[in-house]
Every structure is written in C-alpha cells, then in structure tokens.
Design a protein around this ligand. Structure first.
Ligand SMILES: [Zn+2]
Length: 107
C-alpha cells in the first residue's frame, strides 16, 4: 500500500491524490515500505495517546470530586494522588505528541 503526503502542509492521504485537499499544493510525495509502516505505526500510537488523554481528563474530574467530598484524610490523599498522576500523564502525552510532530511521526 502507498501513502501520499503533501510536502507543503503535511497532509497525509491513504488514497492517491495529485492536489492536496487541505492547501491545494501539487507537491505530493508517495511513501511505501518502511516509511509507510512508520507513518501507520505513528498514526495508531498517536490515536492511542489521544484516547488516553480523554480518559485521564475524566478520571481527574472524579478525583477532584473525591477531594471535594473530603470524607477522611486517607481518601483525600488517594484522590489527590490520582488527580496529580492524571495531570502528569496528560502532560507527558502532550509533550510526546509534540516530539512526534517535530519528528514527522504523524499522519
Ligand atoms: Zn497541503
């Protein structure tokens, strides 16, 4: 299989394109073999990262509610740890996705 990437804006298509749907450039490069595999692996990994961030936001909100309930110090401690861990994991994912974009691990 072949992937097509606009060399102007980075748009990637699984279908043959001669004109970029995003920016209109005709500077399209074909990718196959190792490069295609890397783009597809990056695509899947980035998708998984984005899915995780959604769950982390939800879990963090539950933890914040637990802190507000303030049942006892042990519970509050757990909720605060979860809240903190969700925040850190979210920020790590954002930093990693920035690395992927700079390293052209996207598509
Ligand atoms: Zn383009």
């Amino acid at each position: 299989m072949v992937l097509y990437q606009c060399q102007n804006c980075g748009y990637v298509s699984d279908y043959a394109v001669t004109v970029c749907p995003k920016c209109g450039s005709k500077n399209i490069k074909k990718f196959s073999g190792k490069e295609e595999k890397l783009i597809k692996k990056s695509r899947k990994t980035n998708y998984l990262h984005m899915k995780l961030t959604r769950f982390l936001v939800k879990i963090k909100k539950y933890a914040e509610n637990g802190v507000k309930e303030n049942l006892d110090p042990a519970c509050v401690k757990i909720f605060k740890e979860v809240e903190h861990n969700c925040y850190e994991s979210y920020q790590k994912i954002v930093a990693e996705l920035q690395t992927h974009m700079k390293g052209k691990k996207w598509g």
